[in-house]
Ligand binder design. Structure first.
Ligand code: B3K
Ligand code: ZN
Length: 853
């Protein structure tokens, strides 16, 4: 799809000028904030020849422009200001602009906006142009000085504080940065402080800034920050580089958090936590996101991206780093399983539909639409493969070279791969296809056995994706181990490198035909296709020494069982039930692992799996089968569950660590299984006795899942009415667990609840996102789910196009389903596309999704 506003990677040109430094001065006012900018500029020798100067700018009221002190008479264009070449000196010069903006009217939450009386900014990717005229592109890097004038007590910006007085503050960021990392915050805030001393002895004042009253919910985020800083020193040799590091929590935010230099801004739900209000999942997410944004200081800020097509350079790497960190802080095996669950649920889903795109896209209309699971999660997987191929030492050498060679630069994927080539001597030309070819490869495996030789035949199939019909074979690292029929490992993990469409690998000198454990640790982001019987899966679930593949065997078994029930009816076989019972009550296994093993594949995962097998998934049938399988599992496990729950109950005071969280996770899974048979008795007890949010919300979910819990829903709302982050859970849960026929109606009822503040992105996501996530409810054959989501996207779009576009991915799976559902989705997408004044964001998304049919 080509739009007149399409931007292409191939069109990259260096900027005409160099910005040596930037001085900004803000006089804050809700309706008329004045922004004065002094840009110290000179022609860029790399751009060759004389050029005009283009400054991006949107929704700005230009008051004046001066060049070396002289007023210029210029009329801005809709999206920027052009200063003709003949007016520009060939020597360094100073350009001063004065503009006026209205933070209060900014509902898009991009640029400078207000959230409950506080000023804050979000500039990535292209929000700085809504603050002042500037070359808003990541390859233009400069040091910034900022002065803020306001009556509000706390005034923050990037870098180090320089001076402050009654009604003003000045900040200085010595590190050259692109405009997308600019940040400003002003508000009535209080800080939770802690000191940190870097490995080389720099004293850093850490501050987490929140609304008065929230300061006692910052301890976990602060602890996570300190551990992240230490870890980056120890594992990557990266130290922090300013005197202060500030984090601010805001309630209205389009995403999770933002890595602005020295001043990270966070969605409050990823900062504030106490045992009573945050689930263990929340604690883990806070730890991961605090780490992620902190790690960006080196992978993103010190080394940034040359252009937005290189987004995975910072995001894939930073996700990879935060996953390593969480693996080190918690159980690496459990973390890997969770990451693969997310990858399949979000990225494989994206890759199988109309929105599939390469890790490094080659064109876009709205860059905000490319902050995707492919860029982030698949981007991280690609780095994991690279590490596996060059080894841990090679990876460490390549990273050292990356930091040494590119510090202070705006780099590309070519630069990134070159440091691996230079550090390890390996040719990565073929590997680079992982960045340019979209789609999830399918890895077909068969084997044979003769005379002590076992042979694995591997074949990769790279299915076509939008705009990419033909694909060349990739380098796929396939980690394999072999087990003896008695369960001993005869060949420990070895990495086979599949580089051609088809290759065979031989293992010689074996006494008996082994059982292969393939794709250990999920060594590549592919779909493994191999005919395996239930017996072999159960064997691997019991004996595999690779924890990922142990879990995967149980997962595959569950999918086989559910898939067969959808196709042929019937009840789950005893192989599966017995295998799960073994795991559930095996006290030698980590409770967190057991909890994961007992979780059934989601409806959406089943739909994806059936689609992959060439079937048209029926959402109602999947829903019904999943319930029946859950009940069969409950009948098998029930006798042991109350005892298991007793053994898992917290003995001492609450701690958020992985071990305690794992016990609670298994306890809640056990409760949810038991509730299918006991009419909710145990869940009511747990709900009443809970001293932590994990069990409170886990028990509520157990009740809602069996169509009960009316009293608990009311009690929960009464208790938490004043806490927006907790109330988001209340909204989401009721919709997520509504039965298919009722999901749209429950959503509709909740959208007229007085606390449904649809302009708040968290609340909008909690409600509308929960409906899109209720597979059978969203895909109800009547089309009621589709219609309701489309109505709300159309309503949100004029105010907040970014969040509307992001949530439109609810529709991305439509080609999977039957003709009736397809027609209904297409109708809704056409209705969205036909809405007058639709944003560039949402029209690009709707257009791409429709192009599939
Ligand atoms: N870099 C930001 C995401 C910005 C999204 C802009 N639409 C947060 C992160 O990835 O850390
Ligand atoms: Zn990031």
């Amino acid at each position: 799809m080509s739009d007149p506003r399409t931007v292409y990677l191939a069109d990259y040109r260096p900027f005409s000028h160099i910005v040596d430094r930037v001085e900004l001065s803000f006089r804050l006012d809700p309706r008329a904030t004045r922004v004065a900018a002094r840009l110290h500029l000179r022609p860029n020798p790399e751009a060759r020849g004389r050029h005009h100067l283009w400054l991006d700018g949107e929704e700005l009221r230009l008051v004046s422009v001066r060049l070396d002190g002289a007023l210029l008479d210029l009329t801005p264009e809709e999206n920027g200001l052009s200063i003709p070449a003949e007016l520009l000196p060939e020597a360094p010069f100073v350009l001063e602009t004065l503009v006026e903006i209205s933070p209060e009217a900014n509902t898009a939450l991009e640029g400078l906006y207000m959230s409950r009386g506080m000023y804050c900014t979000q500039c990535e990717a292209q929000g700085f142009r809504k603050i002042t005229y500037y070359p808003d592109r990541p390859d233009v890097m400069a040091p910034f000085k900022v002065r803020i004038e306001s009556d509000l007590p706390v005034l923050l910006s990037n870098g180090n504080p320089v001076a402050t007085g009654e009604g003003w503050a000045e900040w200085d960021d010595p590190w050259p940065k692109p405009a997308y990392l600019f940040a400003l915050v002003a508000g009535d805030l209080v800080a939770h402080h802690a000191p940190f001393t870097t490995a080389s002895g720099r004293a850093v004042d850490l501050g987490i800034w929140v609304r008065p009253g929230d300061q006692d919910r910052c301890a976990y985020a602060m602890d996570s920050l300190i551990r992240s800083m230490r870890w980056d020193e120890e594992v990557y040799g990266r130290e922090y580089d300013l005197d202060v590091f500030n984090i601010v929590a805001v309630d209205d935010f389009n995403m999770g958090a933002m890595e602005n230099k020295g001043l990270n801004i966070f969605n409050s739900r990823y900062v504030l936590a106490s045992p009573e209000t945050a689930t263990d999942e929340d604690f883990a997410r806070i730890e991961a996101i605090i780490a992620h944004e902190y790690f960006h200081n080196w992978t993103g800020n010190r080394i940034t991206c040359r252009d937005w097509f290189q987004l995975c350079l910072k995001e894939g790497l930073t996700v990879f780093r935060d996953q390593q960190f969480s693996g080190d802080m918690r159980s690496a095996a459990v973390k890997r399983i969770e990451d693969v669950l997310t990858l399949r649920a979000r990225q494989f889903r994206e890759d199988q539909g109309p929105l599939a795109h390469p890790v490094r896209p080659e064109s876009f209309v709205e860059i905000n639409n490319f902050y995707t699971a492919t860029v982030y999660e698949k981007g991280a997987e690609v780095i994991g493969m690279l590490k596996r191929l060059v080894g841990d030492d090679g990876y460490a050498r390549a990273l050292d070279l990356y930091f040494a060679r590119h510090d202070g630069q705006a780099a590309t994927i070519e630069d990134w791969l070159k440091v691996f080539e230079d550090a390890t001597g390996r040719d990565l030309a073929q590997f680079k296809r992982w960045y340019s070819q979209a789609g999830t490869p399918r890895l077909k495996v068969s084997d044979d056995w003769a005379d002590g030789t076992y042979t694995l035949h591997l074949e990769q199939v790279n299915p076509p994706t939008p705009g990419q019909d033909h694909k060349d074979p990739k380098v796929i690292p396939v980690a394999v181990g072999l087990l003896n029929p008695n369960g001993d490992e005869v060949v420990p993990t070895t990495v086979l490198e599949l580089t051609e469409a088809k290759q065979s690998f031989r293992f010689e000198g074996l006494a008996a035909k082994p059982v292969p454990s393939i794709l250990r640790g999920f060594s590549a982001p592919v779909v493994l296709e191999r005919e395996v019987g239930a017996g072999e899966r159960a064997f691997l679930l019991a004996h595999d020494t690779d924890p990922f593949n142990k879990w995967e065997a149980g997962r595959a078994l569950a999918k086989d069982v559910l898939g067969r029930m959808v196709r042929d009816g019937g009840e789950p076989g005893s192989d599966w039930l017995e295998a799960l019972a073994q795991v559930a009550f095996d006290e030698s296994l980590d409770p967190a692992f057991r909890a994961l093993a007992l979780r059934l594949p989601s409806d959406d995962d089943m739909a994806q799996t059936l689609q992959g097998a060439g079937m048209v998934p029926d959402p109602d049938a999947i829903w019904a089968v999943r319930r029946r399988a859950g009940e069969a599992l409950a009948r098998r496990l029930a006798p042991g569950l109350p005892g298991l729950m007793d053994r898992l109950a917290d003995k001492g005071p609450f701690t958020p660590d992985a071990k305690a969280a794992g016990r609670r996770a298994l306890r809640v899974v056990a409760l949810q299984i038991l509730s299918k048979l006991d009419g909710g008795a145990a869940a009511r007890q747990v709900f009443a006795a809970a001293n932590n949010m994990t069990e409170e919300v886990g028990a509520l979910a157990a009740l809602l899942d069996i169509g009960q819990g009316e009293a608990e829903v009311a009690r929960f709302a009464g208790r938490w009415a004043g806490d927006a982050n907790v109330m988001d859970k209340w909204f989401a849960l009721q919709i997520a667990l509504a039965t298919p026929d009722w999901a749209a109606a429950v959503t509709e009822r909740l959208t007229s609840h007085p606390a449904f503040d649809w302009k708040n992105p968290n609340r909008f996501r909690a409600v509308i996102g929960a409906l899109s996530g209720n597979h059978a409810g969203f895909h109800a054959a009547s089309g009621a789910g589709y219609r309701l989501v489309a109505d709300w996207l159309i309503k949100l779009d004029p105010l907040n196009p970014q969040t509307a576009a992001r949530m439109s991915t609810a529709f991305e799976t439509w080609p999977r389903y039957d003709a009736g559902r397809q027609a209904r989705v297409k109708g809704e997408l056409q209705r969205i596309l036909g809405t007058p004044g639709l944003s560039r964001d949402l029209s690009e998304m709707a257009g791409r999704m429709l192009a599939a049919g």
